[in-house]
Ligand binder design. Structure first.
Ligand SMILES: [Zn+2]
Length: 90
């Protein structure tokens, strides 16, 4: 992780502006792209959000299954192998 030499104040509504040079360097377009937040101790990490398969992290041929992103390959594997889940009631 490298410091980019920039300090910003969080406004009264809790918003934070990502400086334009950082948006440009990460190809983040206003009104189009999303970012995802992570925390690590006392650090906040903001990453460009890229939808990915919940199982293999692929970003190709994605679809939604039970509100999770899944790729076509993993979905086919699930269909082929079937899903065996034991419930807590057993
Ligand atoms: Zn996958």
């Amino acid at each position: 992780m490298k410091a980019v030499g920039c300090v910003r104040q969080i406004d009264k509504l809790g918003r934070l502006v990502i400086p334009s040079y950082i948006r440009k360097s990460l190809d983040l377009e206003k009104g189009i792209d999303f970012v995802e937040f992570f925390t690590d101790g006392d650090s906040i990490i903001i990453k460009k959000y890229r939808p990915a398969c919940v199982f293999c992290k692929s970003d190709e041929k994605l679809t939604t299954f039970k509100e999770q992103m899944i790729c076509e390959t993993c979905l086919e594997e699930l269909k082929k192998d079937g899903i065996s889940l034991s419930s807590a009631e057993d």
